[in-house]
Design a protein around this ligand. Structure first.
Ligand code: RP5
Length: 174
């Protein structure tokens, strides 16, 4: 089995319904990953241990998702030499603006590549784009993914030319 080069971290298992979009993408493209719950606030010692050792196990990129006072991506980025992709999780109180700003507004010296609120699929894609720089097989998978996306949009447009917009909503969007 291939070495896992992508690590997905979540502040809580309650982030999984969002992060499943990243794992679905990686499963679809048959790229292995590891997925772990680690909290900057609830398990700080484990966060330190994980971040300081991940690169020694062959991990190349860390995706860190958290909501609210979302410090997970930032503290991981402070401790690892690896690139860190942050996913701010939408919250019920502030709609994820809290998560977005606490993931995004890092001080100079400690970068976190922050995705959109709930941007789990893009986090997976961004991780793959980094790996594709030195892996042609991943590059090819990304090209196929993009082609699929293009065909899907074209097919939707063709269908929309053939039926009434209300029927389209009933059939495909309800
Ligand atoms: C953050 O707090 C987690 O990333 C999650 O988004 C949020 C709520 O966590 P739970 O109270 O659902 O465990 O640390």
């Amino acid at each position: 089995m291939d070495t896992k080069k992508i690590s997905i971290l979540m502040g809580s298992d309650s982030d999984l319904p969002i992060m499943i979009k990243a794992t679905d993408l990686l499963d679809k493209l048959a790229v292995p990953y590891e997925i772990t719950v680690l909290s900057a606030h609830r398990t700080p010692e484990l966060v330190f241990e994980y971040a300081e050792n991940a690169h020694k196990r062959g991990i190349k990129i860390i995706i860190a998702a958290a909501g609210g006072a979302a410090h997970l991506a930032g503290i991981i980025a402070a401790l690892t030499p690896l690139p860190v992709i942050g996913v701010p999780i939408k919250t019920s109180t502030l709609q994820g603006m809290d998560s977005l700003l606490s993931t995004l507004q890092m001080p100079a010296g400690i970068p976190v590549a922050t995705m959109a609120i709930n941007g789990a699929e893009n986090a997976g894609l961004f991780a793959l784009k980094i790996l594709a720089l030195s892996d042609d097989s991943i590059q090819k998978k990304l090209e196929a993914y993009k082609q699929d996306m293009k065909e899907t949009v074209k097919n939707k447009s063709t269908t929309l030319q053939q039926i009434h917009p209300k029927e389209y909503i009933d059939k495909f969007l309800s």
